[in-house]
Design a protein around this ligand. Structure first.
Ligand code: HMG
Ligand code: MG
Length: 307
């Protein structure tokens, strides 16, 4: 089972505090140390739109090169592709929205314009020898337009899949999805795009990300996007909270006998690094439970009288 880590990108893009380059590299090194193999490290988007990730070139050039570890980054347009190529990116992620208003707010383009640009970026990235993944956002609902028709989602998924991407990640950008809806969406999309090509990108705004992931697992989805400690959101989708926490989904999978190759104890250490960098407690349930247990054990040791 694959976990695709988006904390350094989706997480840090939404933090008010700008994490300096060394902090980003420390976080990514801790994620690699925990056994994560697919990490979205940054974005080649406009630094005016996302100042938090304006050091994309430096991040990419300084990443630890470890056999088996793939780094990816968001690429919004050909200008972004040019930057990504110059920085040596191996995997590009293109992204479009399933609602017109979110598309306009997020990338200043209509859906039709965004599809055309994503097509050009995919074509250019493949020609440059990169792998390409695509995101479709606001599939479960849009903060501006509400419910999104499943037919429209299916149509956009087919168009993205036809571009030659290796994986399509379905985004519940503002975490409004419920399990029966997830079942309906996966059923409809997988009639046209093989389920093996799908990933789920679930935000945990209303606490249902893990429940939706479980539905995905039963439907045959083998990749879950997640962010360490539940970092994250989307600055152009008000109300979007962090992603499904990496430790929460890894814990669930391991306890169900599904291996990920990730060390849960070391993920907790990476979660502590993330908390330190952003200066607040993260929302990940497993992370807080593990840190709480550790603190209580330390307090007990301190209160045992010496003989
Ligand atoms: P625009 O203002 O319409 O761009 O933004 P433009 O093409 O008119 O260019 C304006 C200026 O920006 C020009 O510079 C360009 O060179 C520059 P000037 O001539 O004025 O000096 N520019 C760039 N600079 C650096 N890198 C670039 C780039 N492109 C243009 N790539 C644009 C259009 C797409 C660039 C902008 O809207 C943008 O960057 N948006 C990204 C917003 C974003 O990152 N949102 C969050 C990520 S999506 C998300 O989180 C959802 C996801 O997690 C899945 C889910 O949860 O559903 C993926
Ligand atoms: Mg997201």
């Amino acid at each position: 089972m694959d976990v695709y880590e988006v904390g350094p990108r989706d997480g840090l893009q939404n933090e008010l505090r700008i994490v300096p380059l060394e902090g980003k590299l420390r976080l990514i090194a801790a994620l690699v140390e925990a056994g994560e193999r697919r990490i979205e490290a940054t974005s080649f988007v406009s630094p005016r739109w996302i100042p938090q990730l304006s050091d994309a070139e430096e991040v990419l050039k300084s990443l630890p090169r470890v056999p088996g570890v793939t780094y990816s980054a968001l690429v919004p347009n050909l200008r972004g592709l040019e930057r990504a190529r110059a920085a040596g990116l191996g995997e590009a992620a293109v992204f479009i929205s399933a609602s017109e208003t979110h598309s306009k707010k997020n990338i200043n383009k209509s859906i039709a314009e965004a599809l055309s640009v994503a097509g050009d970026v995919t074509h250019g990235a493949l020609a440059a020898g990169m792998r390409v993944r695509a995101y479709l956002s606001v599939v479960w609902g849009c903060p501006y337009e509400g419910t999104v028709a499943v037919d429209r989602v299916v149509d956009l998924c087919r168009r993205l899949a036809d571009m030659g991407i290796y994986q399509l990640s379905l985004g519940d950008t503002v975490g409004v999805g419920v399990p029966n809806q997830t079942e309906e969406i996966l059923e409809a999309v997988s009639r046209h795009v093989p389920v093996e090509k799908l990933a789920l990108h679930l935000h945990d705004t209303r606490g249902l990300a893990l429940a939706n992931a479980l539905v995905g697992l039963s439907a045959g989805v083998t990749t879950f996007d997640a962010s360490i400690g539940g970092l994250g959101g989307c600055p152009y989708a008000p109300g979007a909270a962090g992603n499904l926490a990496t430790e929460d989904v890894v814990n669930m999978l391991h306890r169900m006998g599904v291996e990920t190759g990730i060390d849960l104890g070391k993920l907790v250490e990476a979660g502590e690094v993330a908390q330190e960098l952003i200066g607040r407690k993260l929302s990940g349930k497993f992370l807080q439970a593990a840190l709480g247990e550790r603190d209580r054990a330390q307090a007990r040791r301190r209160t045992v009288p010496a003989h």
